[in-house]
Design a protein around this ligand. Structure first.
Ligand code: PXP
Length: 245
């Protein structure tokens, strides 16, 4: 049965909009755990646009389920991750101008650096996952670099579900992007990797992905936090947990 990783970055985004102390993402992590979250995910970005160092420290001290830190290959962030030692680190690409992570990490292009960072993290007792597009060559490169897990980028499928330019979603595009996710899942399992999925997953598009057998965990942020504005976080997390199961 797949688990649910709740990404709490957006709670910090609201706090940072006023550069104040509330809402606190550390409180959000506690609420999400009370509702049955299997993992708390956060992204400490180089520009600290949402989660900051204080949050990372307190999350490490207070989260009692799996703690997953999304991180770039930047030396400063790698040093912080080594000192913090979350349960898992997910290596992601990072670009200052993006609104959110765009596309998977190009492990093939950065194989040496990914290998170096992975070795250091694993030496510190951190399990390493790489956020990648569902492309078999990238998946094999992650395996060669020493990753124990991958997170398949589901954003292309999520965008297909939304449709483009106000048009209706194209069922053929949805089907082909789902097929790509399935190919990525299978390639990961064949390479004996733990396979997670995430990005753009919502209450309405999760079902066909959750039905694929073999995923270990789904990492979901935006949709859960958006719903929590109206229902409260506990209810929003519990409902998503029901769907991923
Ligand atoms: N997985 C990764 C690697 C991400 O970077 C993000 C966004 O921070 C997510 C999952 C969650 O995506 P969303 O907020 O669209 O659910």
């Amino acid at each position: 049965m797949a688990g649910l990783g709740v990404n709490i970055d957006h709670v910090a985004t609201v706090r940072q909009a006023r550069q104040t102390v509330e809402p606190d993402p550390v409180w959000a992590a506690a609420e999400a755990q009370l509702a049955g979250a299997d993992c708390i995910t956060f992204h400490l970005r180089k520009d600290r646009r949402h989660i900051c160092d204080r949050d990372a420290d307190l999350l490490k001290k207070t989260v009692t389920c799996k703690l997953n830190m999304e991180m770039s290959l930047d030396p400063e962030i790698v040093d912080i991750a080594l000192a913090l030692a979350p349960t898992q680190a997910t290596l992601v690409p990072e670009n200052r101008r993006e609104i959110t992570t765009e596309g998977g990490l190009d492990v093939l292009a950065h194989a040496d650096r990914v290998g170096e960072v992975t070795e250091a993290l694993r030496g510190a007792g951190v399990s390493v996952s790489a956020f990648i597009d569902p492309v078999p060559e990238q998946i094999l490169a992650a395996r060669r670099a020493g990753c124990e897990a991958i997170e398949i980028h589901t954003g292309t499928y999520a965008n297909a579900c939304l449709g483009t330019d106000g048009g209706n979603p194209d069922p053929a595009l949805i089907a082909s992007t789902l097929a790509e996710i399935h190919i990525g899942l299978q390639a990961g399992l064949d390479a004996e990797l733990i396979v997670h999925a995430g990005h753009g997953l919502t209450y309405t598009n999760i079902e066909p992905v959750a039905q694929m057998e073999g995923f270990c965990e789904f990492n979901i942020g935006h949709s859960i936090i958006a719903r929590a504005v109206f229902t409260g976080l506990r209810r929003a997390v519990a409902e998503m947990k029901r769907l991923v199961r």
